[in-house]
Design a protein around this ligand. Structure first.
Ligand code: CP
Ligand code: NVA
Length: 308
């Protein structure tokens, strides 16, 4: 069964096919209104459960719209309102849902919830973000980079800020898609060594730098994310802001990268914290293309999961 749990656990040839399929399905919808069905309806007669234990705008709407465009139906479930949030085990939840639906997407906290869901479900499970990774986002980001600049292979990506879940999936992608990644941020917020080692073992050059201006030299892409993720304690806010302020992506930092460097942010952004509005809305930014491509990339992921 094709679960989509993480980028490093998905075969690189499959990842390539998913991105190609995402480009093709986006192109095929040129001129369609948002709500119009795709010409092909591969998810006709399919029911998809979208489970959220954390808030979401993009993941929720893009999965829901994507399923409908492909002819399927969805049910959006909040973890708190399910028995899952009141003591029913993940394994039992997975077994029960598998009797009703054809595909499960889950956004949760601990990665073990996702892996246990996949272990006990008889239908494919998709990772819609955990505390550790966010693979659907990075598939959309690869699609976005390719649209603007062609192949990402051999390119230099710089992550500036917190070495969080989105950064981890970028490190997974560096190994699978063959690009180099420099992390720049305070040592205490470095990405887990496991992610760095895995990318290096697959041949990617991964560098860690404390100097953001040195780090972005020759960068083809600069990426950042919120300084406080949904799983981080709000009490850490002031300390994190103080640590991360030197890594803000602003025009001065962008000017040290390649002149045609792209800027990405998975959104939601805290404008004028991790990135200035001038960068978010400026000529390097592709943040809204990333958001749109969540739709196209996830449609391709769902088709791969269901082999339709
Ligand atoms: N980028 C992303 O996953 O956004 P949401 O939290 O709105 O789903
Ligand atoms: N790192 C952020 C990503 C949100 C899409 C979080 O986990 O809150």
């Amino acid at each position: 069964m094709n679960h989509f749990l993480d980028i490093h656990t998905t075969d690189s040839a499959d990842l390539r096919n998913i991105i190609d399929s995402a480009h093709a399905s986006k192109a095929a919808r040129k001129g369609f209104t948002r709500g119009a069905p795709d010409k092909e309806q591969p998810l006709a007669d399919h029911m998809v459960a979208l489970i959220f234990e954390k808030p979401s705008t993009r993941t929720r709407v893009s999965f829901d719209v994507g399923v409908r465009q492909m002819g399927g139906q969805t049910m959006v479930l909040s973890g708190k309102e399910m028995q899952l949030g009141h003591g029913e085990t993940i394994a039992d939840t997975a077994r029960v849902l598998s009797r009703y639906v054809d595909l499960i997407m889950i956004r949760t906290f601990d990665e073990s919830v996702l892996t246990e869901m996949a272990e006990y479900a008889d239908v494919p499970v998709i990772n819609g973000l955990t505390d550790r990774t966010h693979p659907c986002q990075i598939m959309a980001d690869i699609q976005t980079f390719e649209e603007h600049r062609g192949s990402i292979k051999g390119k230099k990506v710089v992550w500036s800020g917190d070495g969080n879940n989105v950064c981890a999936s970028f490190l997974h992608a560096a190994g699978q898609f063959g690009f180099d990644l420099t992390f720049t941020g305070p040592q205490i917020l470095d990405p887990e060594q496991e992610f760095v080692d895995l990318a290096r073992s697959k041949g990617a050059t991964i560098e860690i730098s404390r100097d953001p201006f040195e780090a972005v030299k020759d960068a083809d892409l600069i990426v950042t994310d919120t300084w406080i993720s949904m799983h981080d304690a709000q009490s850490a806010r002031e300390r994190r802001h103080n640590l991360l302020r030197p890594y803000q992506v602003n025009d001065h930092l962008m000017s040290h990268a390649k002149p045609d460097a792209l800027f990405m942010h998975c959104l939601p952004a805290h404008r004028d914290e991790e990135a200035t509005s001038a960068v978010m809305d400026g000529p390097h930014s592709v943040v809204f293309d990333e958001a749109e491509n969540r739709l196209h990339a996830q449609k391709a992921i769902m088709r791969w999961c269901l082999d339709v």
